[in-house]
Design a protein. Structure first.
Length: 130
């Protein structure tokens, strides 16, 4: 499985809130960096996933990917929908940086936009000289 496939499967599992699938794709010492603070290891991943929005479902919609070996930046939309009624509460840009080693994610970090994630990864946007 490629780094890109691993990250897409992880994001899909995250959208479904499928902890067993996420743990299978994450290294035991995975580092999660999000606006809610850093989390470490499988226990940290479980705590992070257990901090849901009470009234919202969150979907990460990947529209673009930048892959440089074990580093993947996926970007697109971060959509929040009200559980009651299903209306879209918010639909904003989002990006996710992941590093993969040994077939598992070792780092997963959220960003507000693609440019920030690419900068953190040391990658240039498509069409931009490196």
């Amino acid at each position: 499985m490629t780094s890109s496939e691993i990250v897409r499967r992880f994001l899909d599992a995250l959208n479904r809130r499928d902890l067993p699938a996420m743990l299978e794709l994450a290294a035991p010492d995975v580092e999660i960096r999000s606006p809610r603070g850093p989390r470490h290891g499988h226990e940290g991943l479980e705590r992070w996933l257990g901090e849901p929005y009470c009234h919202l479902d969150v979907q990460r919609i990947v529209e673009r990917e930048h892959v440089a070996g074990p580093v993947v930046v996926a970007s697109g939309r971060l959509r929040h929908c009200w559980r009651e009624g299903g209306e879209v509460a918010d639909d904003i840009d989002g990006a996710w940086l992941a590093e993969v080693a040994g077939g598992r994610i070792t780092l997963f970090q959220s960003f507000p936009d693609e440019a920030s994630a690419l900068a953190a990864a040391g990658l240039a946007p498509r069409g931009t000289p490196s």
